[in-house]
Unconditional design. Structure first.
Length: 662
């Protein structure tokens, strides 16, 4: 008799990511993540499997190795490893297994990309700048042990969730010669190659003649404020000269030149200052002329473009109605043709995954479904379903039975808009019985859930709850109108989309209506707090790492998001609107016993937001607890034991409020 999933299964949970298929399609390499429960760490190791599913094995004995990339002739791999201390690029000869450390740069290299002849690799790396010098440094007396020194910051974005306090410096483009290891820094500007905060976004890509490297970057002086306004740039490999090929206001990302050298593809949009806009796929001539969108007629975002070898079209990743797919767009443009379905990271129901393509067009990716953690899979044009080559989670699957997942659509009580939901039923579900139900709300808010494996949700189903998750207005994968249903109006009527889904499950006659619960993280924490200020039907709530007061959040979070997209301007010009959309302005209506749960190193939705909700609830006499998780950034998944505790605390709070009955 198998049991349901339990929080402690976090310790045996395994995931795959960054699946790379060899150019000839015969072999795949991927990053496998599992848990070292003694050191309370996640291990990331390189694994390989043949395209027919045979010879599935660990490739190297490292414990923190990521980002493998095949050389164009398939004889070598480059990857990132910290096997000798700080992260560097290493190569491996596939036939012999011979390893070589390739780089010795000051800070961990990112985005490694082979030149077309396989002789060089481009990458980005942070070039540190001296720390701010304000006060004269006074040396401690000999033998003294002083407290850590003061730190000074002068950037708007001086810390970042998950990365901590940011070192001063700029992310620059480098090229390393594979035979000798000789490394050259190509760019020198005071901007981050790859855009963003310089820690991971943007992948350089080579022209087929090896003379140019395409990057995206934001060279605006106000890049921290207009942070998404990146441009496509061409870097001359010999001189390092940088030439901007786009100028429009809006993101221009992921440039890639067609194999025939005629076109540059990239993704982005003309920024209209909306909460959500589709990322479109564009092509332009190599000099930046004749730019056109290939997906203007397709009301979905597309990303991660990869050229087909014949230069006649591109593969893209997209999300449609809660499902992540790989599609193919011909150079003439249009709606992508579906190549691979059901991409999922095997860890959460959120969208986003990644894929790679062989020369012959076989697509490699990670797949999962709500009731199965899945594994590494491939698909090609014409396949009806993905072929899973390498499963994982043998221990989990041998011990735990998953809850089955039902998808349904409901009209919103607000205006009849169709809202998509998924319901996980406890293992052994019996439709003649009545169950407690948890409404679990996603964050973003411009993100989406789907039929993807989610250990946290399965653990709650394993504890006997119906787990309902919904894509309310604001969610992605339904087009711009649906996502902008919360434009300058978040949170508000999205609450009614969620409530309509709960009502639809109640109407099925399977819910114990005295045992309704609500929980959510980040934007889902916003909506959980919001909902409990309108209704008292939930017996208990868990508000995880929320925003409670939009004004305080803006100036304490890692980046001041949304002043011109989620709101019509800065708080000093729109004070009433910031207050009206803040759960704090409605705390006087809350009666629901609430647990507030946040990581102490959450720079995305800092602890001070949770403290405001907790203190205001307690001040008003509402039953509430505040749970602080040490050292954890947004999401509380960094340490396996903390992830386990997050699940156990959520479950403990719900169980303690009638969720579990003897
Ligand atoms: C409105 S919640 C706070 C920010 C949000 N976190 C979780 O929902 C967030 O980081 N959102 C991402 C993804 O949409 C963003 O880029 O804004």
């Amino acid at each position: 008799q198998l049991r349901g999933v339990m929080p402690r299964d976090a310790l045996v949970h395994e995931t795959a990511s960054d699946v790379q298929i060899a150019p000839d399609g015969r072999q795949l390499v991927y990053v496998r993540q599992n848990v070292d429960s003694l050191r309370d760490k996640r291990l990331r190791t390189l694994w390989t499997v043949n395209a027919d599913g045979s010879a599935h094995r660990q490739l190297l004995p490292g414990s923190n190795e990521t980002a493998p990339r095949w050389s164009p002739d398939g004889t070598q791999l480059v990857f990132r490893s910290d096997r000798e201390g700080g992260a560097q690029l290493w190569t491996m000869q596939v036939a012999s297994g011979a390893l070589k450390r390739l780089t010795s740069v000051a800070r961990g290299p990112l985005g490694a990309a082979w030149s077309p002849d396989g002789k060089q690799i481009a990458f980005t790396s942070l070039v540190p700048e001296p720390a701010l010098s304000i006060a004269q440094q006074i040396a401690p007396p000999a033998g003294a042990t002083w407290a850590p020194p003061a730190r000074a910051f002068d950037k708007l974005i001086y810390r970042f969730d998950g990365a901590g306090e940011l070192e001063r410096g700029w992310s620059q483009l480098f090229v390393v010669d594979v035979a000798s290891g000789t490394t050259r820094q190509l760019t020198k500007g005071a901007y981050h190659v790859g855009g963003g905060n310089g820690r991971g976004s943007g992948v350089p890509s080579w022209s087929p003649d090896g003379k140019t490297i395409l990057i995206s970057a934001n060279r605006r002086p106000d890049y921290e404020i207009e942070s998404t306004d990146t441009e496509v740039m061409a870097v001359d490999v010999v001189s390092g000269d940088v030439r901007a090929l786009t100028t429009r206001f809006g993101p221009d990302n992921r440039p890639m030149m067609s194999p025939d050298g005629q076109w540059i593809a990239f993704t982005g949009y003309d920024d209209r200052r909306l909460g959500y806009q589709n990322h479109e796929l564009y092509v332009m001539r190599a000099d930046g002329s004749a730019r056109r969108s290939l997906t203007a007629s397709y009301d979905r975002s597309v990303g991660s473009p990869v050229w087909a070898p014949d230069s006649r079209g591109l593969y893209v990743e997209l999300n449609n109605e809660g499902e992540t797919q790989v599609g193919y767009v011909p150079l003439a443009g249009g709606v992508p043709r579906t190549i691979a379905r059901h991409l999922g990271n095997g860890q959460t129901a959120y969208e986003g995954s990644g894929y790679s393509v062989s020369r012959a067009g076989r697509v490699a990716f990670v797949t999962s479904r709500g009731n199965h953690p899945g594994g590494v899979a491939t698909a090609a044009i014409g396949d009806s379903s993905p072929k899973v080559l390498a499963g994982m989670n043998a221990v989990l699957l041998a011990n735990a039975r998953m809850g089955e997942v039902e998808m349904f659509w409901t009209p919103s009580s607000h205006d009849g808009w169709r809202v998509q939901s998924w319901l996980i039923k406890p293992p052994g579900f019996d439709a003649s019985k009545k169950y407690p139900i948890l409404l679990e709300i996603h964050g973003g808010p411009f993100l989406g859930y789907g039929d993807r494996f989610d250990l946290e949700k399965q653990a709650l189903a394993g504890a006997g709850y119906l787990v309902l998750y919904v894509n309310p207005r604001g969610s992605t994968s339904y087009g711009e109108k649906f996502a902008n249903g919360i434009h300058h109006d978040y949170p508000n009527f999205d609450r009614l989309d969620l409530e309509s889904a709960v009502d639809a499950v109640i109407a099925k006659g399977i819910v114990d209506t005295t045992r309704l619960y609500v929980a959510g993280g980040s934007g889902g924490g916003v909506l959980t707090a919001w909902i409990t200020s309108y209704t008292h039907r939930y017996r208990a709530a868990v508000v995880e790492y929320p925003v409670i007061n939009w004004t305080s959040w803006l100036w304490t979070a890692d980046t001041p998001r949304g002043t011109t997209t989620w709101f019509p301007g800065a708080p000093w010009d729109h004070e009433a609107q910031y207050a009206k959309r803040s759960p704090l302005s409605r705390v006087q209506f809350v009666k629901t016993p609430t647990m507030v749960l946040t990581g102490e190193l959450d720079y995305r939705t800092p602890m001070s937001e949770s403290e405001q909700w907790y203190s205001a609830l307690r001040f008003r006499g509402v039953e509430a607890v505040l749970v602080k998780v040490p050292g954890e950034p947004h999401g509380i998944r960094e340490s396996p034991s903390h992830w386990l505790q997050k699940m156990a605390y959520v479950q403990g709070w719900l169980d303690g409020h009638g969720g579990r009955q003897p």
